[in-house]
Design a protein around this ligand. Structure first.
Ligand SMILES: [Fe+2]
Length: 218
């Protein structure tokens, strides 16, 4: 398990160069600093009505007896700063369409049905090692306009005191719709790589995806 390092530790270990000596050593900064997770638009479907159940299992809703429709998956990852230091107790606000590509939102005019057993929204926190995980369904693609179908994606907002708020979207690997998506295709290759989760494991019959988040600031 990785010990949490302060910036002073990093300086002590020589990971971060002394600022005074940087004029000729700019390259050492670029090796150390990780690209922050690219930002993306919030979109029109951030939840407008509060709900009691916003826990890390989005495949069921407290007080309702059914299970969400769709392919169950686990997303896990770490929140870090640009030096790779874990960020603990970051608030991770997650919302997404259901397996049929429908948001439970008054502005979503998609004709696909709302799934009453799908939670749709979660607010969780990174642990002392910056780690988080949640269980959900793989979101369906949905029409954003007549000529534009959004690929499966999950919306994220990350809050942590001392860092700028990050709003972004996570994509899935090997999705043919990624390349034609008007938002995703507008990113550089390096940015796209950072925005696509990787399938890293299987657990209890579910695909496990890893998605790491790097905050700006500090
Ligand atoms: Fe969306």
């Amino acid at each position: 398990m990785m010990k949490k390092l302060s910036r002073r530790d990093l300086v002590k270990f020589g990971v971060v160069g002394a600022v005074a000596g940087l004029s000729k050593a700019t390259e050492s900064w670029s090796e150390v600093i990780i690209m922050p997770t690219p930002e993306e638009v919030e979109g029109p479907f951030y939840p407008v009505a509060d709900q009691i159940d916003k826990d890390a299992d989005m495949t069921q809703v407290t007080g309702r007896s059914g299970q969400a429709l769709g392919q169950y998956i686990i997303i896990r990852g770490a929140v870090k700063d640009r030096f790779g230091v874990p960020v603990e107790n970051a608030t991770i606000d997650i919302w997404q369409a259901n397996a049929a590509g429908r948001y439970d939102h008054p502005r979503d005019s998609n004709r696909a049905p709302v799934d009453p057993y799908f939670q749709g929204w979660a607010v969780i926190h990174s642990d002392t090692n910056g780690l988080f995980r949640f269980k959900t369904v793989k979101p369906g693609a949905y029409p954003a306009s007549r000529s534009w179908t959004r690929p499966p994606h999950i919306h994220f907002k990350i809050f942590k005191k001392g860092y700028p708020e990050l709003i972004t979207q996570m994509y899935f690997p090997n999705e043919p719709l990624n390349a034609s998506d008007l938002l995703f295709s507008n990113k550089t290759q390096e940015e796209q790589k950072a925005m696509v989760a990787q399938k890293t494991d299987e657990y209890d019959g579910m695909d496990v995806y890893t998605y790491n988040i790097v905050l700006r600031g500090h």
